[in-house]
Write a protein that binds this ligand. Sequence first.
Ligand code: ZN
Length: 152
Amino acid sequence: MLKMSGFVIVTSIASGFFASSAFAGACDVNVEATAAMAFNVKEIAVPKTCKEITLNLKNTGTMAKAVMGHNVVISKTSDMQAVITDGISAGLASNYVKPKDARVVGHTAVIGGGESTSVKIKLANVKAADSYSFYCSFPGHGSVMKGVFKLV
Ligand code: ZN
């Protein structure tokens, strides 16, 4: 009984923390990528009032970035496949994104297990009416590591 009530208290403190941090940074986006080749979120919904987001990516795996590296790339869903194909040609040194790819709204670096990275992405050209996706452009990952990016 004691253990149970302790658990409840810890849980409510944790959810209170997340609620207040979400309020403090409505334009901050936190994404985790795992060794199981998955993101912890299926959708990133950003308030329309955000002119810019801070995208924080954490790789919770343990493998090196050349083996199981992850990034987050945002583009129109219709451009996703071509962005990934060109990104593979560009290689790891370019974070699997073609340099100055105009189709890319923004992207993080590719990071390995235990690493974190952060990037500011301007949303001036993102239209609420268009369909956008976020995905990992590491070779072979985009088919499963993807989700919806939208303004709400
Ligand atoms: Zn990945």
